[in-house]
Design a protein around this ligand. Structure first.
Ligand code: GLU
Length: 326
């Protein structure tokens, strides 16, 4: 219908491999504000495929932490919804169907390389190290007989063959991005131990859940060309992507304990007020001009993608005593 716009659907999709830190909380807040400012539907999806790394207590804690901050969602593991289940560990059948389709359409190939093979390729002159760790494509080139011969000795992983052309997209925050042919190399969609790869699961879920807007952290910007290639191979339209700035410690390094209480759990334990944490994060992310205590629902009018900085943001020195504890 002319002029009718689909109501936006967005999500926050954390991996419960630890407690939510300020960087995750900023991504959650921005993704929530984007959707709530347009009266869309917000989804919480728990990305717990990597069983050894993910723990149920972290999944429970992240739900508590997000609620404490004042965020809510319409669909999620604790509430259900039309696209349930909302934990990836319970969505294996969908991933298998997608893998079958990709396999039938010739997008996948078995890879017999071991970690040691990949490391030695990386240290060869002009090897993968020079290209930022991309897979050198060794098993893409194997003939049917070689494949059969290797299959007798080893269970393969499955790789997606990246198309040989430039991939471009307009990021809502980062602007126009272009990635050279094969950016990042062919990637694993199913590991030899049967675990489905992040790239595949996230795309299958975003398609199945009708996600129209993905706002997430800058660390996932380089995953986007791979995901765009998957959308195309699966015959689906990609969502609009936007990647918010990374939060760094005051010294410019990755956020860690030595920068203070950087998890929401530890801030809560110390009696921090959620409004102060929200105001502080919203200020760092360019939503408001001063770090005043505020609730997320009071920020929906102020939200504009164009105000969010493109560069990584370092926490100010003594941030905790100045803006949170005082
Ligand atoms: N589960 C991913 C992470 O925690 C995020 C996936 C996404 O937002 O696309 O890093």
């Amino acid at each position: 219908m002319i002029g009718q716009r689909q109501s936006p659907r967005g999500r926050f999709a954390p991996t419960p491999s630890g407690y939510l830190h300020l960087g995750n909380a900023a991504s959650a807040l921005l993704a929530w504000l984007q959707i709530r400012s347009e009266r869309g539907t917000f989804i919480l999806r728990v990305e717990d495929l990597d069983k050894p790394r993910c723990k149920p207590e972290y999944a429970e804690a992240l739900i508590d932490d997000l609620k404490w901050l004042g965020l809510d969602w319409d669909e999620g593991p604790d509430k259900g919804g039309p696209d349930a289940p909302y934990s990836q560990s319970e969505r294996g059948e969908l991933y298998e169907l997608a893998l079958e389709r990709l396999q039938a359409d010739g997008w996948l190939y078995p890879c017999y390389c071991s970690r040691a093979d990949l490391l030695s390729a990386a240290s060869a002159p002009h090897g993968v190290a020079a290209e930022g760790g991309a897979y050198p494509g060794t098993c893409r080139r194997l003939g049917p007989e070689e494949r059969q011969e290797r299959a007798r000795r080893k269970t393969p992983s499955l790789r997606f063959a990246m198309p040989d052309r430039e991939l471009r997209f307009a990021d809502g925050i980062a602007g126009l991005r272009a990635f050279p042919p094969g950016a990042g190399g062919d990637f694993v969609v199913k590991r030899a131990d049967g675990i489905v790869g992040y790239q595949l699961a996230v795309v299958v879920d975003d398609i199945a859940m009708g996600v129209t807007d993905v706002l997430r952290g800058w660390d996932l910007l380089d995953s986007t060309p791979r995901q765009l290639a998957l959308y195309e191979a699966l015959g689906a339209n990609p969502p609009r992507f936007a990647h918010g700035p990374l939060l760094l410690g005051p010294d410019g390094s990755r956020l860690s304990k030595r920068h203070g209480s950087v998890t929401l759990a530890s801030l809560r334990e110390q009696g921090a007020a959620p409004e102060k944490v929200t105001g502080f994060l919203a200020w760092l992310a360019g939503v408001i001009d001063r770090p005043e205590p505020v609730r997320p629902c009071e920020l929906t009018d102020a939200f504009a993608l164009g105000r969010i900085p493109r560069e990584a943001v370092a926490l100010p020195e003594r941030w905790q005593e100045k803006w949170i504890s005082s």
